[in-house]
Design a protein around this ligand. Structure first.
Ligand code: NDP
Length: 296
């Protein structure tokens, strides 16, 4: 199939790499050099604009920071939507927000284009292996068309959650839980280290106990105890996800004091650390604030 991919960021590029080869792939990225570098490294063509990328595409994927950028690249100047033929499928792998997705889907439907929200989970290293979880929101027919495409990088799990926006809702809540784990683990482990417990002993004991999580089992050993702190996912994007979850909680009339506190702290850290810091930065911030090192 002729497939186009818009947004070759930290997670977009490895996702797109699984589509090059099985499909005739065209890529577009705001910073053109990234699209050209991708096309040089994979069997793919680089397009100059979203509109050019969409011309002739049967399936178009987007992977952008938020739904606002998705709307911009679809409907803005030189936007993809003007070139999308009737019968095209748009798969949005952005962690977007459900209300925007419903609006985008309704607007595309007026030109006979189907839309599926298809956010992913697993991070950059699993994206490179094609082993992501993909959460699909859309009607059954569109989801069935999306499945063989997302299966190329969704080898862990592909699940049809519900109508348009449902994938984004689950992804938002998932990431709010991730943020809660990061924040609570950074506070608790820092306190244990300051109290004199060796960092590795603290982490290994928690990991053999009921407080263990993906954060303590994988992220803390790989990134915090080693001091490696690679940048793979921007804290600013995790803050955005916490906002999506909190909006859902409020829309449902649930008071949600814990998720509100998580969102509040993430926003504070985002303001303090800026747009480019990695999502594990709360641990480094806790180290700075407490004067102890969580290494070992
Ligand atoms: P990055 O910040 O690494 O990349 C963002 C991409 O969007 C880049 O290609 C960037 O282009 C492009 N972009 C930014 N602003 C605009 C704009 N105004 N118009 C057009 N293009 C724009 O983000 P990620 O790849 O990490 O994340 C993408 C999505 O995937 C987000 O919704 C995120 O929450 C989600 N996600 C990320 C994961 C991760 O581990 N990184 C894991 C799971 C989901 P340019 O190169 O020009 O800056």
């Amino acid at each position: 199939m002729r497939v186009s991919f818009l947004g070759l960021g930290a997670i977009g590029a490895p996702i797109a790499s699984h589509l090059a080869g099985p499909h005739q792939l065209t890529v577009w990225n705001r910073t053109r050099a990234k699209a050209e570098a991708f096309a040089a490294a994979h069997p793919a063509k680089a397009a100059a604009t979203p509109r050019e990328a969409a011309t002739g595409a049967e399936v178009l994927l987007t992977c952008l920071p938020t739904s606002a950028e998705v709307e911009q690249v679809l409907f803005g100047p030189d936007g993809a939507a003007t070139a999308l033929a009737q019968g095209t499928l748009v798969i949005d792998s952005t962690s977007g927000d459900p209300a925007s997705s419903r609006r985008i889907a309704a607007r595309l439907a007026t030109q006979g284009v189907a839309f599926v929200d298809a956010p992913v989970s697993g991070g950059v290293s699993l994206a490179e292996k094609g082993e992501l979880t993909v959460m699909l929101g859309g009607d059954a027919a569109a989801v069935e068309r999306a499945r063989p495409v997302v299966a190329l990088y969704g080898k862990k799990k592909v699940v049809h959650i519900g109508p348009v926006g449902a994938g984004h809702a689950v992804k938002g809540v998932n990431n709010a839980l991730l943020a809660a784990n990061i924040l609570s683990a950074s506070e608790g482990i820092t306190a244990l280290v300051k109290a004199g417990v060796a960092p590795r002993v603290a982490v290994e004991t928690i990991n053999a106990s009921s407080g263990a999580s993906f954060v303590t089992q994988t992220l803390v050993p790989d990134r915090v105890l080693t001091g490696a702190y690679p940048r793979s996912f921007r804290l600013a994007l995790l803050d955005k996800d916490c906002g999506i979850a909190l909006d859902l909680v409020r829309e449902m009339g649930i008071s949600g004091p814990v998720l509100a506190a998580v969102k509040g702290r993430m926003a504070e850290l985002r303001a303090l650390l800026g747009e480019e810091e990695d999502y594990m930065a709360p641990f480094r911030q806790a180290e700075r604030d407490s004067g102890v090192k969580i290494r070992g």
